[in-house]
Design a protein around this ligand. Structure first.
Ligand code: CAA
Length: 281
C-alpha cells in the first residue's frame, strides 16, 4: 500500500511540522484542531518555517507556496480524515485525551487506514489499547523542529502488523527522513535519554549552576547543537515532565522528575511556547 493523503490531528508545533513536511513531499494534507485560533497559529508556524527554508535556499518560493496550498486546515474530524490513508495523532500528551480521540476517530476511518501516534513517551501498545485498530497502528515520533531534524523514531506496538510498519517506513523515507526503530518501552530511545539529561540539568541548577554555563558546557565541550536548558525550552518543560512521569511509572524511581521541573511547569515556565523558560522569547 502507498500513502497518498495524510491527516494530522492536533495543530500544535509538532502537528504543524508534520503537516508541513508531508505537504512538502507532495502528500495532500489536512490538519485538524478543535478551535480556529489553533489553526490560525498553525498556519503561521508553517508559513514562518517555509519562509526560513526559502531564505536558506532549501526550497523555492513556488515549492513553499504549493506545499502550503496542499494543506487544508479544519476543525472537523470527519472532514480531516476523509480520503486519507494515514492519520497521525499529535494531540496533548494525555492518555485519556488520546483514547477519547480514537473513540471518535475509529468509526470515521476505513479498515485500511493506518493510524499513528506522535507521542514522545507513552508506550504505543497502551496508546492504542482501547481501540480495535492496534494492528494498523504504530508510533511515528517526529523530532522538534520537524522540518529540520532528519530522524523519526518508529515504534511497533504489540500487535502492529508488518505491512503497517513497512508502509509507514516508506512514508518516512519519502519525507527525506531516516526511520529509526525503537522498542515499545516508555520514552523509546530519544525521550528516554534526553528527558533524563534535561531533568539532570534542572537538578544542577538547583545546586547552583547557571543555565547559560550548563548550555555552554554541553555545546562547547560535548558538541551538542544546543545545551539541555535551551533544549528544554524548545521541547517544552511539560513534555519532558510527562516523559519522566511515564518512565518513572513503567521503569522505576530512577526517572522521578525533579520537583523543580514540576514547579516550573506549574508556574508556566514551559519555554518557547509560553514565551519564558530558562530564557525569554
Ligand atoms: N523550520 C525551518 N528551518 C528551521 C527551523 C524551522 N522550524 N528551526 C530552525 N531552522 C533552521 C534555521 O533557519 C537555521 O538554518 P541554517 O543552519 O541553514 O542557518 C538552522 O535551522 C539553525 O537554526 P538557528 O540558527 O536558529 O539555531 P541553531 O543553529 O541552534 O539550530 C536547531 C537550531 C536545528 C534546533 C539545533 O539547535 C538543533 O539541532 N538542536 C537540537 C534539537 C533536538 O535535539 N531536537 C530533538 C528534541 S527531542 C524531541 O523533539 C522529542 C520529544 O518528543 C521530546
Amino acid at each position: 500500500m502507498r500513502i497518498k493523503g495524510v491527516a494530522v490531528i492536533g495543530a500544535g508545533v509538532m502537528g504543524s511540522g508534520i503537516a508541513q513536511v508531508s505537504a512538502s513531499a507532495d502528500y495532500l494534507v489536512t490538519i485538524q484542531d478543535v478551535g480556529e485560533e489553533a489553526l490560525k497559529r498553525s498556519k503561521s508556524i508553517i508559513e514562518s518555517s517555509l519562509n526560513k527554508l526559502v531564505a536558506r535556499g532549501k526550497m523555492s518560493r513556488e515549492q513553499a507556496d504549493s506545499a502550503l496550498a496542499r494543506i487544508e486546515f479544519t476543525t472537523g474530524l470527519e472532514k480531516a480524515v476523509h480520503n486519507k490513508d494515514l492519520v497521525i495523532e499529535a494531540v496533548f500528551e494525555n492518555l485519556a485525551i488520546k483514547h477519547e480521540l480514537f473513540k471518535k476517530l475509529e468509526p470515521l476511518v476505513g479498515p485500511d487506514v493506518i493510524v499513528a501516534s506522535n507521542t514522545s513517551a507513552l508506550p504505543i501498545t497502551e496508546v492504542f489499547s482501547a481501540t480495535g485498530m492496534a494492528e494498523r497502528s504504530l508510533g511515528l515520533h517526529f523530532m522538534n523542529p520537524v522540518p529540520v531534524m532528519r530522524g523519526v523514531e518508529m515504534i511497533r506496538g504489540q500487535l502492529t502488523s508488518e505491512a503497517t510498519f513497512e508502509t509507514a517506513r516508506q512514508y518516512v523515507l519519502s519525507l527525506g527522513k531516516e526511520p529509526i526503530e525503537a522498542v515499545d518501552y516508555a520514552g523509546f530511545i530519544v525521550s528516554r535519554l534526553l528527558d533524563v539529561l534535561m531533568n539532570e540539568a534542572v537538578k544542577m541548577i538547583q545546586e547552583g549552576n547557571r543555565p547559560e554555563e550548563i548550555d555552554k558546557a554541553m555545546e562547547l565541550c560535548a558538541g551538542h547543537p544546543m545545551g539541555p536548558c535551551r533544549l528544554l525550552d524548545l521541547v517544552g518543560a511539560e513534555i519532558a515532565m510527562h516523559g519522566m512521569e511515564t518512565m518513572e511509572r513503567d521503569l522505576g524511581p530512577g526517572y522521578k522528575p525533579h520537583p523543580m521541573l514540576r514547579k516550573r511547569v506549574l508556574a508556566g515556565l514551559l519555554g518557547k511556547k509560553s514565551g519564558r523558560g530558562f530564557y525569554t522569547y
